[in-house]
Design a binder for this molecule. Structure first.
Ligand SMILES: CC(C)(COP(=O)(O)OP(=O)(O)OC[C@H]1O[C@@H](n2cnc3c(N)ncnc32)[C@H](O)[C@@H]1OP(=O)(O)O)[C@@H](O)C(=O)NCCC(=O)NCCS
Length: 190
């Protein structure tokens, strides 16, 4: 059954239409499919971060292949317009709870329900693997994303902390990213 058939349909007109359009038309049979990452997606995901994040996406593919994480993509017409990765081992603040990381949707497709469906599909997979909780971290300065997660049932779990990660950019330099975040956890089954 398509995921969209059981969930509310978001309004498609999320922004004001441009003034004086030459014509407008609806996309026929537009459908977004949430599926597992495939090798051909690896370069296509560079819409976020460009070649600077290439080594990250290659690492993500390797980790996906060995089963350390499971990356889901939202596929529109064969193109991955959203992604999120379930890290099965969790993270130090919540070990043993699978953790969703790198959740993002391409700018032009935000606010249409795609992020929610990526989370929904992730929750199904996590439950099917026998886990009863799912966590994610959200930036203190990202209240819109936090509001979305709380609406979907994720609840604050712990104090803010500095999340630090590294990647190697296109010039071969090591870049460190730091962000003040809080963890949110959703109980999927009692
Ligand atoms: C957060 C994100 C993954 C949500 O995906 P999405 O497809 O836009 O989400 P949905 O359409 O299912 O839900 C829309 C909700 O997400 C919120 N949201 C958060 N960031 C948003 C953004 N940059 N653009 C549009 N909506 C955003 C909206 O506020 C909306 O909630 P509201 O109705 O209470 O305002 C996506 O907006 C995104 O990629 N943002 C930038 C990267 C990011 O912040 N990732 C999260 C890291 S924890």
């Amino acid at each position: 059954m398509p995921a969209s058939s059981t969930s509310p349909q978001p309004a498609l007109n999320v922004t004001e239409p441009p003034e004086n359009p030459l014509l407008t038309f609806d996309l026929a049979h537009a459908q977004v499919v949430v599926r597992r990452l495939q090798e051909q997606d690896v370069r296509l995901l560079e819409w976020h971060g460009g070649p600077d994040l290439r080594s990250f996406y290659e690492w993500q593919w390797d980790q996906h292949c060995i089963g350390a994480l499971c990356t889901l993509v939202a596929d529109f017409n064969g193109y991955p317009i959203g992604q999120g990765s379930i890290h099965w081992q969790g993270k130090p603040t919540h070990p043993h709870i699978p953790d969703i990381q790198s959740l993002r949707v391409m700018d032009a497709f935000r606010g249409l329900g795609i992020g929610s469906q990526l989370l929904r599909a992730s929750e199904r997979l996590v439950l099917a693997q026998g886990f009863s909780k799912l966590s994610l971290a959200v930036g203190i300065e990202n209240p819109a994303a936090r509001r979305l997660y709380e609406r979907l049932g994720y609840r604050l779990a712990g104090e803010p902390y500095n999340d630090i990660w590294h990647y190697i950019n296109a010039q071969g330099e090591r870049v460190q990213i730091e962000e003040l975040v809080v963890d949110l956890v959703k109980v999927l089954a009692e």
